[in-house]
Design a binder for this molecule. Structure first.
Ligand code: AMP
Ligand code: MG
Length: 298
């Protein structure tokens, strides 16, 4: 199954998250049965990122959004671990600083957008400005509705300038969120993840779901699609995200850039250097006879 088609939200859709099965796992029984596929996509992803880095012509921006405990951190940890850190950057967006608040809401976002050749990963994003900001009424109610259009225009500009954008909503249901909150309580190594606001935000579940439905429906475009990823099963979430990334990157038909040097000329230089090294080696070999000198690289 091509998850890039299955989970993609068509522009202008009316999204109803409650109707989407967060526990979906396709043909797979469990993590073990999906392992082979998962490894295949992770390996391929690393190859494609290397190609993007070498090509140095365009970039990829991945936006991750979810309810609390939805798995944004886990996705970054598992799916993107295979990437070369030189070619990617993760940005987390927390409540804006006073300097950020003194600018328009896209200012901090644009600054973090990936440069050519790079994969940028956003852990939360400008969508918070139509999510938490809407739910908590942090701006007057005439302000946030116009942001959908502003966000579409902003993403269009990035896309027109060579940034491919993929947005993932990691969809868990209420029971799964509570189960994950419990795991956090039971595991002292996860206590640091518990936030004062977790339960207060959970109480606003329906408001958040409504805000997500509007944001996803109004801002899924051909140039910056939203994908709703069933995410109750962490391994299925990782599989779906990595498959969609691979499919998208393969569709870009990236190519290694032509060499900036004359390869035949470099080959000649290499052979000359190799010959000189062999000569020098046999010379020093004669000199050091009887010294038991080892001459091995590495
Ligand atoms: P966490 O991702 O758990 O570290 O939490 C980051 C917090 O920052 C969340 O509670 C977000 O809702 C909040 N946050 C992120 N962006 C914004 C924003 N633009 N305005 C207000 N709060 C935000
Ligand atoms: Mg949190």
């Amino acid at each position: 199954m091509r998850y890039s088609e299955r989970f993609r939200v068509a522009p202008g859709s009316k999204v109803t998250l409650g109707k989407i099965d967060a526990g979906f796992k396709d043909k797979h029984e469990n993590h073990a049965s999906a392992m082979g596929e998962l490894e295949h996509y992770t390996r391929r992803l690393a190859e494609l990122q290397y190609l993007m880095y070498a090509e140095n012509r365009r970039s990829l921006l991945i936006v991750l959004q979810a309810m609390d405990a939805g798995g944004k951190d886990g996705t970054i940890n598992h799916v993107f671990a295979a990437l070369n850190p030189q070619g990617c950057a993760v940005h987390g967006f927390k409540a804006p600083s006073s300097e950020e608040l003194a600018h328009d809401y896209l200012w901090r976002i644009h600054k973090a957008a990936p440069q050519r050749g790079q994969v940028g990963i956003f852990n939360r994003s400008h969508y918070e400005d139509v999510l938490v900001v809407r739910v908590h009424k942090l701006v007057p109610k005439e302000v946030w509705p116009r942001r959908y259009g502003e966000i579409n225009a902003f993403e269009r500009q990035l896309a027109d300038n060579g940034t491919h954008i993929l947005k993932f909503y990691l969809h868990i249901d209420r029971d799964e969120q509570l189960a994950r909150f419990k795991q956090r309580i039971d595991d002292p190594t996860r206590h640091w993840k518990i936030s004062e606001s977790d339960y207060a935000e959970r109480a606003r579940w329906d408001d958040y779901q409504q805000a997500f439905e509007d944001a996803i429906g109004r801002c899924s475009t051909d140039y910056a699609p939203w994908y709703i990823i069933p995410a109750n099963h962490k391994w299925f979430r990782n599989l779906a995200v990595s498959q969609i990334l691979v499919e998208t990157m393969e569709s870009l038909e990236m190519k290694f850039p032509p060499p900036s040097v004359d390869i035949e000329d470099v080959q000649r230089k290499y052979h000359a250097a190799e010959e000189a090294a062999v000569k020098a080696d046999s010379f020093s070999g004669r000199k050091s006879k009887g010294c038991n000198k080892k001459h091995k690289a590495g």
